[in-house]
Ligand binder design. Structure first.
Ligand code: ADP
Length: 542
């Protein structure tokens, strides 16, 4: 008998549409809630999501959208955005989510660079569209009606566009390596760069983040993605939740902490994702009024985007809320590591457990990570830092329409630009971004460590530490501090507070108190702006 060793498993492609089919077939009545701009609670089901995504797909096909074409969105987290998440890739087109918080110059650049053909825009965001309109050339613009008034000239109604399509979309002949979505980096490190996500990358990423040692996401969960669907697919959470049939709560544009806490409570949310600044504000509201909200037992909060201070884990634990830190970037689809203790760590001291939980954790299955120092050596001692490099089936292999080969090593790893240590257990800890490290007298100082320690002080609301040129030491750290309302503290007290944990040479030489700090479009500290602001700083003055 002839044995065909090559014919093994069916060659079924991993496609985004299969995730929606599963959600809609097996969990058809599970709810997807959208909070409208006026606060109205809209509710529909996975059955409705599939029907409308397919209507969108058919309408796009009828309008001439072909495989590989880009369809852009300028939208908050709402069900129409979820329809685009599935409807656009199902016809082989590429969903291009636009970051509505970007400067109009960057937005116009991105739209033109990606050559987006159509745009779907929330009417509450028409203002953003109008700012770039003269500089871009969308063939058609579809507006989602939230009651903001008449359609502007040259725009069409999204709902009317869907209603036009009475036929089913014809099946596109898709391969799993075809692009399904794209996102541009937010430009903190130069001009925004585009990353194309394949169907396969999104499918594998959805499976991996759902695993028990990551988010443990299932049909028993109710997910609140606070992280915007307009940047890196809201960390892939809406895709994974749809695949698992989890109830979804899409919060729209009102992200005030009290509104979010009401949603967490009233929708019985079990898992939510957001950046540290969101969770710190939520924590503050909870601690100020502890009996006001009754949250679900065992609520998990996924935090990422910038470093979560250790104090945040301790404070949330006291309230019965479990924080899980993850790390990733636009180029990594985006989650590449997630931090949960391994079994024997539960026997560690409390301090050691918290120190471990504040790290960024283990690479997800199929992802490899290494920290490479200046000499090209890798270390796994938890102390020696090096550039974090990653590879795996959802790590970008190139940028869209841009030759930047230096971001990849000769042996095929992606150079993240983050500096990290990896400990003997394999846990990654991001120490800083390469460009934010402070080089003082030949020694590196981590700005992130100092910032995390500073926000643990009861008077400090937010802190940024930057390098400022120094005649003798090359660079020295300067701390820029925002105090909590009604709090008071001076530089000497903060220096003494940090002195308990850091060597004298690591302490900031100056503390400057300000009313607010600049942030990027995704809520990270905008250190390039601060460096510019303090460019003329004279150390004698401090
Ligand atoms: P941009 O690179 O334009 O800021 P990204 O959303 O891709 O936009 O940001 C990725 C970067 O965010 C990472 O390279 C890293 O520096 C930072 N980051 C992401 N998650 C974390 C985290 N949990 N802790 C510290 N930094 C993080």
């Amino acid at each position: 008998m002839e044995v065909l060793v090559k014919s093994t498993i069916m060659p079924c492609p991993l496609l985004v549409s299969s995730m929606l089919e599963r959600g809609a077939n097996l969990f058809s009545d599970v709810a997807i809630i959208s909070i409208r701009p006026d606060g109205f609670r809209h509710s529909y089901t996975y059955r409705d999501l599939r029907r409308r995504s397919r209507q969108l797909a058919a309408a796009l096909q009828r309008a001439g959208i072909a495989q590989g074409d880009r369809v852009a969105t300028l939208m908050w987290n709402e069900h129409e955005h979820l329809e685009a998440y599935f409807g656009v890739p199902s016809v082989g087109a590429v969903l291009h989510t636009l970051n509505l918080r970007l400067h109009p110059d960057d937005l116009a650049y991105i739209v033109n660079h990606a050559q987006d053909r159509f745009l779907i825009v929330d009417d509450v965001l028409l203002e953003v569209f109008e700012q770039i309109r003269p500089r871009v050339q969308f063939e058609r613009v579809f507006v989602v009606d939230h009651g903001c008034g008449a359609l502007p000239a040259g725009c069409e109604s999204y709902d009317a566009f869907l209603a036009e399509s009475i036929v089913e979309p014809s099946d596109a002949d898709l391969a799993e390596d075809d692009a399904a979505a794209m996102c541009y980096t937010s430009g903190t490190t130069g001009r925004p760069k585009g990353v194309l996500y394949s169907h396969r990358a999104i499918a594998l990423h959805s499976l991996a983040i759902s695993l028990p040692d990551q988010l443990n996401l299932s049909c028993h969960d109710t997910l609140l993605p606070i992280v915007p669907m307009f940047h890196v697919n809201a960390w892939g959470l809406p895709y994974a939740a749809t695949m698992n049939g989890s109830k979804q709560v899409l919060p729209g544009r009102n992200l005030r902490s009290k509104t979010l806490l009401d949603l967490l409570q009233n929708e019985r949310v079990t898992v939510a994702g957001g950046v540290p600044s969101i969770w710190l504000a939520v924590l503050h509201a909870l601690e100020t009024d502890p009996s006001r909200w009754n949250l679900t037992q065992g609520l998990r909060l996924l935090v990422g985007g910038s470093a979560a201070p250790e104090s945040m884990f301790r404070r949330f634990d006291k309230l019965g809320v479990h924080v899980i830190q993850a790390w990733g970037m636009t180029e990594t689809t985006p989650v590449a590591t997630a931090c949960k203790l391994t079994p024997y760590m539960h026997g560690w001291t409390e301090d050691d457990r918290y120190a471990q939980r504040a790290k960024h954790g283990l690479p997800l299955p199929f992802i490899e990570a290494r920290a490479v120092d200046d000499q090209g050596e890798t270390h796994k001692d938890g102390k020696t830092a090096g550039e974090l490099q990653v590879r795996g089936p959802w790590i970008a292999g190139s940028y869209y329409g841009l030759d930047q080969a230096d971001k990849w090593t000769a042996d095929g790893w992606f150079r993240t630009g983050d500096v990290a240590t990896i400990d003997t257990e394999g846990f990654v800890k991001i120490v800083d971004r390469l460009k934010d490290l402070i080089k003082s007298g030949g020694e590196w100082i981590s700005s992130v460590d100092l910032e995390n320690a500073l926000v643990a002080h009861q008077a400090v609301k937010e802190a940024a530490v930057i390098a400022v040129a120094h005649p003798k030491w090359q660079e020295r750290p300067l701390a820029v501090i925002v105090l909590k309302d009604g709090s008071d503290v001076d530089a000497s007290e903060l220096r003494a507070f940090l002195g308990e944990r850091f060597g004298r040479w690591q302490l900031p030489d100056a503390f400057v108190f300000v009313s607010e700090l600049p942030h990027t479009s995704t809520g990270k500290l905008l250190k390039s702006q601060l460096r510019q602001d303090f460019n003329d700083w004279r150390w004698e003055r401090s």
